[in-house]
Design a protein around this ligand. Sequence first.
Ligand code: BG6
Length: 480
Amino acid sequence: MTISCDMLVFGGTGDLALHKLLPALYHLHREGRLHRDMRILSLARSNHSRSAYQALAERHCRAQVARADFNSDIWASFAERLDYFPMDAAQSADFGRLAQRIGRDPERVRVYYLATAPNLFQDIAAHLANAGLAGPRARIVLEKPIGHSLESARAINAAIGAVFDESRVFRIDHYLGKETVQNLMALRFANALFEPVWRAGHIDHVQISVCETLGVENRGAYYDQAGAMRDMVQNHLLQLLCLVAMEAPVRFDAESVRNEKVKILEALKPISGLDVQDKTVRGQYTAGKIGGHDVPAYYFEKNVDNDSDTETFVAVQAEIDNWRWAGVPFYLRTGKRLARKASEILIQFKPVPHRLFNGSEANQLLIRLQPEERISLQLMAKNPGKGMHLKPVELDLNLANAFSQQRRWDAYERLLLDVIEGDSTLFMRRDEVEAAWQWVDPILQGWHQYYQNPKPYPAGSDGPEQLQHLLERHGRQWAD
Ligand code: BG6
């Protein structure tokens, strides 16, 4: 059981709080992981009573939590922790009211979870400090994206840093809480097998794909300002790239792991100016069909501008200028409304130096994060019968089956518990976020400068045509 604390969720009526945070807290409660005195206070502008908010939360939790895991008695005991306080996070006076409500207790650990738009982060931190609520035991959790550019990220980080020292700032990237993402570290750093070949001499290229079938749902207003580059590449895809490429940390602790990740981000070769035409593909979905259903074009989605040029798809050829990875392209792609939902990392090895047999192909290691968690290594084997005819076969590890007795934790469960325990290993440090923006900003500027309007792709397809060209011109192919 963890320490006693108060968790205050700003944006308590938003999708993130209702779909992810409260269900994750419910699971932790159900498994006895929360201290009996822990309280959860949701904050938002709507004027709900406590019981109305609890009913709203229950409705969402029932929908999110597997039926077998939801139990009304357990919910009732969870609801005893759960309260609601209507306030406007932009109004400093409301923080005075909040302080009266919860008391200024410097000894108590308070976790402020900012599940709000990033433009509120600075004000909330300052108002908390003014109201005497940011004592030495208070922690703050920031959801990505941190800002929309390097400059705005720096301003947010500086404003937060003026109130909370870095050890008390938790910048969430929920991909780092995913089981298979952590398994990537286990695979690399707990098995001697891969390390000698995990480098330019043996690896031809790496593909990191996060493909979604979902559109922008109720988040059109946010997404239309952000686009896929800020929403996915700046954080999730770059974090995956770091975990694939980083050196082994000296220890598995927050500083050692993050020191290695930041070195990779700083070694990313800049893509700027006209390079964007050569090394990136930008796309936007048009109307199409997914799972047999018609879906509208992006520019007809709710709260999206009718002549929006926001990208819903990005592919980038990234390169890491360091000793281990010089000359190895890392192809990143992500998009909404694609044909399938799949998040995966493909390590494409180089072919054997001298081909003895027909049909011999280079090895591949596929690490699949979603929908199923599996790691498969493609090896060459002889086809039964006469002659040395080869065929690729898979050594396949299905992680869900290998640990079938254990419930798979949602990323937010693990990360919320880490915040309560004060462990920031799986959170982004300030310099990491800024280094990621440093690489992303020139690409965004290049698109703007050279009018790289997004290329259309029909919903339910694999993305814009130009996607294939990014690899085919080098004699490579996307793994599909
Ligand atoms: C979020 C993005 O961070 O990640 C969403 O804002 C995206 O646009 C989501 O849909 C994808 O997460 P997951 O866990 O479903 O792959």
